[in-house]
Design a protein around this ligand. Structure first.
Ligand code: NAI
Length: 464
């Protein structure tokens, strides 16, 4: 098969696996568009998703900011062959705006860059990007410095709610004295600018150290690495496996024996291998390690995706429902991580990425067991980070909101319709949106990004 045919067939295959939201398609053109406008109905945009060899952004990038950080970021974008502007040209359409605010010392300093940003917003193309680069506010900062830095949080979250037509606003937070052009900040910038972050809106990524200095391969960032994905027979897990394989990783997929046929199909499709395994088994971590080392001689990336729901109001909860959710969603991850961290085979810049949920952040009626497990995942990730740092590794979580999967297709129509529209992008996300965020955390260039919880939820109105 020619490379072009192979690419087209890959695109078709992944499109086949993703459920489409018929309403979003209906209101995106012609009669449906007019009708939605007249009736004041939500008008979600068709989001641009990542395709290899596609453009990074659609149009010139305006870099705002006067300091050395802004100059350095502009240079990075030029090195990526982007069309960069340092001042807005009236009526010129823009693909993105990057506001570099790394030198803020007082909230008074927000006015000039924010008014310049505001003036350029009308010129944004569809699916445009706004990205801020600023510093983490900490209790050791002078009050005015912390006020200015924290102000950026309010700006990004409000701006994300203001933008339309598939445009998003997100921010990068630099810890300590990390430079705006440090590799980890640059990796986060590229993720937020690209179509890989289509369903990430109103969120921040923190670069806690400068990260890798090896030359990046942005098209195949995971070349040569070996990954394991649990719960990969279907849904989000299958999409994660496909995305990591697309980015160059060799992938070992894990699921329960009952899902064996689907699991084998996923493994065949991505030229990986399947391991039928219940992750609640006491030796699950050791079995995954043994499989990865005997086949491939290494294990670099662990994605804890397998998860279950057993919803009941707490007043009606029974032990079986409570215990099974805790066992699958969090206790298994704790036990497997112990096995991985005890092994010298998982010691070369390893990555762990866990799938959490916005239910674990905002809570959800009838999901006290599930929310306990998912909030638990976030707690585990933060306190595991120092253990990974010792090996040059990272651990992060991705918290999906409403994602179009078999799980959410079972929600009754009216409830589902409300749940999927209740975010700034007015639609549900796709499994690939979660997968792209996970693939970002797995990249060598993201070596300085650890202990983050990134929501992939279109800025769901519940929670932060
Ligand atoms: P799914 O139910 O479609 O797939 C989960 C997979 O995990 C299944 O293939 C299942 O067989 C496997 N699995 C379950 N228990 C297992 C065990 N003990 N050992 C090995 N494999 C096991 O779920 P979906 O929607 O793809 O969700 C994936 C992850 O994303 C879960 O952790 C879920 O909690 C999370 N999530 C999903 C959201 C959504 O909107 N679909 C929203 C937020 C989080």
């Amino acid at each position: 098969m020619s490379p072009q045919n192979k690419q087209n067939s890959q695109r078709k295959t992944s499109a086949l696996h993703e459920k489409t939201d018929k309403y979003t398609e209906f209101v995106s053109r012609g009669f449906g568009k007019d009708l939605a406008k007249r009736l004041g109905l939500p008008q979600p945009a068709v989001l641009r998703r990542y395709t290899p060899n596609g453009p990074l952004v659609q149009g010139p990038i305006l870099v705002l900011g006067q300091g050395a950080g802004a100059d350095a970021v502009a240079q990075v974008l030029l090195d990526w062959h982007q069309d960069v502007r340092r001042h807005a040209t009236p009526k010129e359409k823009l693909g993105a705006i990057v506001a570099v605010l790394d030198e803020l010392e007082h909230p008074d300093q927000l006015s000039t860059p924010m008014l310049a940003l505001g003036a350029a917003l009308r010129d944004l193309n569809k699916n445009a990007r706004v990205v801020t680069v600023s510093r983490v506010a900490s209790i050791s900062d002078a009050p005015a410095v912390a006020a200015a830095r924290n102000g950026v949080d309010g700006i990004v979250r409000s701006l994300a709610k203001e933008l339309r037509a598939g445009a998003t606003a997100n921010g990068i937070l630099l810890a300590n004295d990390i430079a705006a052009q440090a590799p980890s900040a640059v990796a986060a910038l590229r993720f937020f600018l690209s179509a890989r972050s289509a369903f990430v809106d109103g969120q921040f990524l923190t670069a806690s150290s400068a990260g890798s200095t090896t030359a990046p391969d942005w098209d195949k960032p995971l070349n040569g690495s070996v990954a394991v994905v649990t719960g990969a027979a279907r849904g989000i897990g299958a999409s994660i496996a496909r995305t990591l394989a697309r980015d160059g990783a060799t992938v070992l997929v894990v699921d329960v024996p009952a899902a064996g046929d689907h699991l084998a199909a996923v493994a065949n499709e991505i030229h990986g291998t399947a391991l039928q395994l219940d992750i609640t088994s006491l030796d699950a971590g050791e079995r995954i390690l043994e499989h990865a080392i005997s086949r491939y001689g290494r294990l670099d990336i662990v994605v804890h995706n397998a998860g279950i729901t057993r919803d009941k109001l707490l007043a009606n909860m029974d032990a079986a429902k409570w215990d099974s959710v805790i066992a699958v969603n969090i206790a298994s991850q704790l036990r497997m991580n112990e096995a991985f961290l005890a092994s010298s085979d998982f010691a070369n810049n390893p990555r762990i990425i866990s799938v959490a949920s916005t239910s674990g952040i905002a809570g959800n009626r009838g999901q006290s067991n599930y929310a306990a497990s998912k909030a638990g995942v976030m707690g585990m990730v933060r306190s595991t980070a120092p253990l990974l740092s010792e090996r040059g590794g990272t651990v992060n979580a991705v918290a999906p909101g409403f994602i179009e999967t078999d799980m959410t297709a079972k929600i009754p129509f009216a409830t589902r319709e409300v749940a999927r529209r209740l975010n700034s992008l007015q639609q549900g996300g796709k499994p690939s949106d979660v997968a792209e965020a996970i693939a970002f955390f797995a990249q060598p260039q993201a070596a300085g990004v650890t202990a983050n919880v990134l929501r992939v939820c279109g800025q769901n109105m519940v929670g932060q």
